[in-house]
Design a protein around this ligand. Structure first.
Ligand code: SF4
Length: 250
């Protein structure tokens, strides 16, 4: 696309959580190297639709602009992805932009991802450190475990893997691949292991690991190339061992 041309966008808009969604078209001036966030910033600077009528600026979330914070996840040309790494030159036009559909819409492209954060809390996706005093050196982590853990630690809680998961809905209450992978990460950590049993207990009930249908869409869409299907299998093995140990009382 040459300079001086127009970028055409079709954006699914919703003025509030209860409002009906509607599509609005926009044209913005093309500049080399621009991404979807730049186009949304242009609309915000001069909110007029493609007919030239004044309109409200499109609400969206963004922060780091380098695919690290996860905030700008949205569905672009039918594919969930980060808007900051969605380059205009590589997108067919008109570019359709929609909010993630698995979370409630707050306004336009802003969604409420609280369910994901609640599920991370449910499985204690953190390393418990009690107090601010010197605890001394912690246990060492083997190089092999570090190699396994690093890719898992790149999760940005964007929710893209949940958007393509057929099991992530209100009926199943499934926690989704991102949360299962975080359980694998924290159960691997020498200190995190202390709460491994509690994490696995949290995944043994409704919405837990058994809800996964292994569709494997998650691993193909993850922007951080996290080996999600490996994590799902690894956590499945941990759950079996955990259940056997519980049955044997060991
Ligand atoms: S696992 Fe990947 S797609 Fe899922 S929330 Fe984390 S970074 Fe996003």
């Amino acid at each position: 696309m040459a300079e001086g041309k127009i970028v055409r966008l079709r954006i699914k808009r919703q003025s509030g959580p209860q409002a009906a969604p509607q599509w609005e078209d926009f044209n913005v001036a093309y500049r080399p190297g621009m991404n979807v966030i730049v186009a949304l910033m242009d609309i915000a600077a001069q909110p007029r639709n493609a007919e030239g009528q004044p309109t409200t600026s499109v609400s969206y979330e963004a922060n780091c602009l380098e695919e690290v914070c996860g905030a700008c996840a949205m569905v672009i040309n039918g594919r969930p992805r980060q808007a900051c790494s969605a380059l205009i030159d590589r997108l067919e036009q008109p570019i359709t932009i929609e909010p993630l559909s698995r979370f409630p819409v707050v306004r336009d492209l802003v969604v409420n991802r609280q369910r994901l954060f609640n599920d991370l809390k449910r499985v204690k996706a953190w390393i418990p450190i009690d107090g601010s005093y010197d605890l001394g050196p912690g246990p060492r982590e083997s190089a092999a475990d570090q190699e396994t853990a690093y890719p898992l630690s790149r999760c940005i809680s964007c929710g893209n893997c949940l958007e393509v998961c057929p099991q992530y809905n209100d009926k199943t209450g499934f926690v989704g691949a991102a949360v299962l992978s975080q359980v694998r990460l924290f159960n691997l950590h020498p200190t995190g292991k202390l709460h491994a049993g509690e994490r696995l207990d949290a995944l043994s009930g409704p919405g837990g690991h058994q809800e996964c249908g292994f569709a494997q869409n998650c691993v193909n869409i993850c922007p951080k190339d996290i080996p999600l299907t490996d994590s799902i299998s690894a956590v499945g093995r941990q759950l079996i061992v955990h259940a056997v140990r519980q049955a044997l009382g060991s």
